[in-house]
Structures are given as structure tokens and as C-alpha cells.
Design a binder for this molecule. Structure first.
Ligand code: HSE
Length: 304
């Protein structure tokens, strides 16, 4: 095989109280990385569809993750072509998707059959470089579906079910938020009351998603750690969250934002999306609406 093409889905993370430990893969939006064997040893980036993303192999998440998979094979050479389907600094796991796609593409190209845990460790090196050392986008991107990240060293990933009667609505307002900037404002410590509320909320969200109990999801979906510290980075969000809530949804920022995720009953997608879009419009922001079923498969090799 001379070339391998991999699709890696975008993802939502945190889902309210699951800060840095809960994420879900999202269907219909993702990055594609094609890896080609070349004679000269090492990993190079031949092209990236978004000119804002560096070609330098030590600053590109697909290349950093690919190099981590190939560590120990210094003689092999590979070139990567990266097609970004996910927005930069959008809160949809774009850096993680490119990293996962780069890692899986070189593993498949050289017949390494690296287990998902090894690919996660490689992608985590890349994610740590640009966004911080957390796997709540990488893990759903690799496993598909909803996953809980119980540990990183070693990786311990727990897939969790989502009731088929629930849907996601994703809205990206017309501004970007760099993850590094959003992480710089996080509190170093949280109070006992906030830690207890966060733990209870996470358990409630997981139970509600499994049972299809949207009232339980809504009662559980607030984040006591990241969102309060980041609110100033998300103009229009407080109003959009209130509008989504009034329309019957559970609402949270997706990852470091600014994409906002709403969990809704099947059939309510249009009404919730429209209420939240109008709230952003009143605050002066256009929004992009994403079709958002959960991707059950995760990153995969696709035809070249
Ligand atoms: N859990 C992370 C955060 C996701 O909220 O910072 C962003 O990569």
C-alpha cells in the first residue's frame, strides 16, 4: 500500500459537567488525512486545506501524532495531506480529529495495527502541544459514540450509551476562541461545593443520556468549573442558553467553544435551533447550524 486515507469525526466535549472527561463523536463533520510513503525518512506535511494551520511538522497535530506512532521506525518516510472539514478554534475537536487521523493513517499505511490506546497516546502528544493534555475530544474521535475518559496514564476509556430518542443541535457563532486562551482562564482550584455539584451533574448527565430522560439531563447539565470562568469569551451564549432552555433543551458550551451544543428530544431540533439562532442574532452574531447525529464508528480508513 502506498497511500492511506483516514476520516476522523469532529466531537463535542464537556457536555456541561464532564469537563475534560466526557465527549461524543459527531456525524457529518470531520477531517481527512491522507498518508503517502516517500523515500526520505521522517514525517512531512505536504498540504493543509486551511492556510492558518502550520505546515511545520513539529507544530501540526496530524504530523506530531504520526511521528509519535512511527517513533522507533526512524527509516520510514511519510507525507501527509490534510483536508480540514472542522473549523479552527471552533469547539468541535478539530485539532484532535487531525491528530487522530494522522496517527491512524500512518499506523494503517505501515501495517502497524496500533491499538486505539496507543493511537490515543500519540494523539495526546499532539493535543498537548496546541490545546492541553486532555482526551475528551481524542477519545470519542477514536472510539465513536459517547465516551468517558477515566484515565490517561494508562488510557482508560469507557463507552456509554445514548438513548435513540435524543438528538444534538450544534450552533457555531461567528467568532473563534482559541483553546489555549480558554484554558488560561480556568481556576486552579475549585470549592468542595462545586466539586460535589460537578460529580453529581456528571452522573446525572450520563444516566439521563442513557435513559433518554431529558429532564434529568437538563437538571444535571451545568458546569461549575470551566463555563463560569469562560463566560466573557462567549458573547451571546448566556442569552442563547436561556432561549434553548426555554425551548426545552439542555445547553452547554461544546469543549472550549464557541460552538454551543443543545441536547433535545427528537423532533425538537428545528424549534431549539431557531430559538438559539434568534438569541445570537439579537446579540449581533450570525451562527452556523450543524446537522448533528452521533457518529457511532469513530475514525476509520476510507477509500483513497
Ligand atoms: N475539555 C476541553 C476544554 C476541551 O474545555 O478545554 C477543549 O479541547
Amino acid at each position: 500500500m502506498d497511500a492511506v486515507r483516514v476520516y476522523a469525526p469532529g466531537s463535542v466535549s464537556n457536555l456541561g459537567p464532564g469537563f475534560d472527561c466526557l465527549g461524543a463523536a459527531v456525524a457529518g463533520k470531520g477531517d481527512v488525512v491522507t498518508a503517502r510513503r516517500v523515500g526520505a525518512p521522517g514525517v512531512r506535511v505536504a498540504s493543509v486545506s486551511d492556510p492558518r494551520i502550520p505546515l511545520a511538522a513539529d507544530r501540526n497535530t496530524a504530523a506530531v501524532a504520526a511521528a509519535a506512532v512511527l517513533r522507533g521506525l526512524p527509516a520510514v518516510g511519510v507525507e501527509l495531506a490534510i483536508e480540514k472539514g472542522l473549523p479552527l478554534a471552533g469547539g468541535l475537536g478539530g485539532s484532535a480529529a487531525s491528530a487522530v487521523a494522522g496517527a491512524l493513517a500512518v499506523s494503517a499505511l505501515f501495517g502497524l495495527e496500533a491499538p486505539r490506546e496507543a493511537l490515543l497516546a500519540a494523539a495526546l502528544e499532539a493535543e498537548a502541544l496546541v490545546a492541553g493534555r486532555h482526551a475528551d475530544n481524542i477519545a470519542p474521535c477514536l472510539w465513536g459514540g459517547l465516551v468517558l475518559v477515566l484515565g490517561l496514564d494508562p488510557p482508560l476509556i469507557v463507552p456509554r450509551p445514548v438513548h435513540p430518542g435524543l438528538r444534538l443541535v450544534l450552533l457555531t457563532p461567528s467568532y473563534s476562541v482559541e483553546t489555549a486562551r480558554a484554558r488560561a482562564v480556568l481556576p486552579a482550584q475549585v470549592s468542595r461545593a462545586d466539586a460535589i455539584a460537578q460529580a453529581a451533574g456528571l452522573a446525572g448527565v450520563l444516566a439521563g443520556l442513557e435513559q433518554g430522560d431529558l429532564d434529568l439531563v437538563r437538571a444535571s447539565m451545568s458546569d461549575r468549573i470551566a463555563e463560569p470562568a469562560r463566560l466573557a469569551l462567549y458573547p451571546g451564549y448566556v442569552e442563547a442558553r436561556a432561549a434553548g432552555w426555554d425551548a426545552g433543551a439542555g445547553v452547554a458550551v461544546s469543549g472550549a467553544g464557541p460552538t454551543v451544543m443543545a441536547i433535545v428530544r427528537a423532533g425538537d431540533e428545528g424549534a431549539v435551533a431557531s430559538a438559539m439562532q434568534q438569541a445570537y442574532a439579537r446579540a449581533g452574531f450570525e451562527t452556523t447550524l450543524h446537522a448533528a447525529a452521533i457518529d457511532p464508528l469513530g475514525a476509520r480508513v476510507v477509500p483513497a
